[in-house]
Design a protein around this ligand. Structure first.
Ligand SMILES: *Cc1c(COP(=O)(O)O)cnc(C)c1O
Length: 411
């Protein structure tokens, strides 16, 4: 009896991806870091760590070109700058993503145009993208949200039929696959983030990959102030930034990369255990994964039917938090287009540029155009997961969820 009570009130202490409890950073990173410091060469233009990271990451995806950058945002900016839209051109993106996937579009003077998402997978689809394409669409940028791949085959078919390049935002989807093929290799460019909370981390950092040599060349240049290193007559060829990763970051990234497959395997195995443990629970549905798809669980999301629970999604989230499961109901809370920067078009001074060039329909954020987005955000409960979780942690979290649902389930 006493143990029963203890079991149902105990507060869990779970590994956090914000510190060493949930991040596997150790001797391998330290050794590389020491070597970088001893070498005295901390810029990637002269050092070896970033170069070897790029070569190895490209090889891991089976693509010829990879460039490291200072963040995932920088990687996405680099990708779009390589495609080089005209001011006022449109880039189709998703209403549920990180702001780091959206601000680069505006900085490149293009208009983000939001496709709705599937309310079950939370991802954009060929159908939702097609609805917002126009003659001004210059690129499509998809996010594989939470590590679950977008349905890339129909998306690529649509994009190829219109001759529109596709950027895959894989910041949350390291190792994710469709029928054995890794995300990041379906589109023209794939982008990844090494930010503190991602599958592998250097605190901040990014990677972008492509099989297209021309895009690769432009990506390399954009990261390097468009300076033609090694050319017979180098110059600053076009407008570009310094988005280089430094060697200290490259040293840590090189060590993290050797652990990536293991981390992906652990996350996937643990998430599958969680799904098995939650089978048959009323009002909550485990992540929906298509046949042949490999979801790599940056986060583990439950789809909650609030109408089945007393107090709905918030009541469930509150009970989980009380027990130490720091979940996030509604993920980013509101569709990306409701954020202040987009709502008010606060950009450069008071110019509103580039939105001054937008077709009215491209920036029509009426609620009825986004049924999937609102349904997704109203029902999603994001649970944390990282490489330091054990099977016991998963059993405990399952128990906490089962107990909470039992306590508030209706009828
Ligand atoms: C983290 C993230 C980014 C941005 O990466 P940073 O490294 O934080 O700049 C972009 N898109 C998605 C989907 C992300 O999760």
């Amino acid at each position: 009896m006493a143990t029963d009570t203890a079991l149902t009130t105990e507060k869990l202490i779970l590994p956090s991806d914000q510190d060493s409890s949930g991040r596997e950073l150790g001797d391998e990173e330290m050794l590389n870091l020491a070597a970088a410091i001893e070498s005295g060469t901390l810029t990637s233009t002269k050092g070896e760590f970033v170069k070897s990271l790029e070569v190895r990451f490209a090889a891991s995806l089976g693509v010829p070109h990879c460039y490291a950058s200072s963040s995932g945002t920088a990687a996405l900016h680099t990708a779009l700058a390589a495609i080089d839209p005209e001011p006022g051109d449109e880039v189709v993106t998703t209403s549920i993503t990180d702001m780091g996937a959206l601000t680069p579009i505006i900085y490149q003077s293009a208009i983000p145009v939001f496709a709705d998402v599937d309310p079950v997978t939370y991802n954009v689809t060929a159908e939702t993208i097609e609805k917002v394409l126009s003659t001004r669409t210059k690129a499509i940028m998809v996010t594989h949200l939470f590590g679950n791949p977008c349905r890339m085959e129909p998306i690529m078919e649509l994009a190829r039929s219109r001759n529109i390049p596709v950027i895959e935002d894989c910041a949350q989807a390291f190792g994710a696959e469709i029928n054995g093929r890794k995300v990041g290799t379906f589109g023209d460019i794939g982008c990844f983030s090494l930010q503190q909370g991602k599958h592998i981390t250097t605190g901040e950092g990014g990677l972008c990959v492509t099989a297209n040599a021309d895009l690769g060349r432009r990506m390399y240049l954009f990261i390097n102030k468009a300076w033609g290193y090694g050319d017979p007559k180098p110059d600053h060829y076009f407008l570009a930034l310094n988005y280089r990763m430094n060697e200290l970051t490259g040293a840590v990234a090189a060590a993290q990369l050797t652990k990536l497959d293991d981390f992906v395997e652990r996350r996937t195995r643990l998430a599958n255990l969680m799904t098995a443990g939650l089978q048959g629970l009323p009002g909550v549905r485990p992540p929906a994964v298509d046949d042949g798809f490999k979801h790599t669980y940056w986060k583990y999301c439950l789809q909650v039917d609030g109408s089945k629970l007393e107090g709905g999604l918030d009541a469930l989230a509150g009970r989980l938090k009380e027990r130490g499961v720091f979940c996030a109901p509604r993920y980013i809370q509101k569709p990306a287009f409701e954020c202040q920067v987009l709502r008010e078009q606060r950009t450069f001074g008071n110019s509103r540029f580039p939105f001054t060039l937008a077709r009215p329909e491209a920036v029509d954020y009426s609620r009825e155009r986004y049924p999937g987005t609102y349904a997704a955000l109203a029902s999603v409960l994001v649970l944390p997961l990282n490489e330091k979780y054990t099977e016991l942690h998963i059993q405990q979290v399952v128990e906490v969820i089962r107990t909470a649902v039992d306590q508030i389930v209706k009828g």
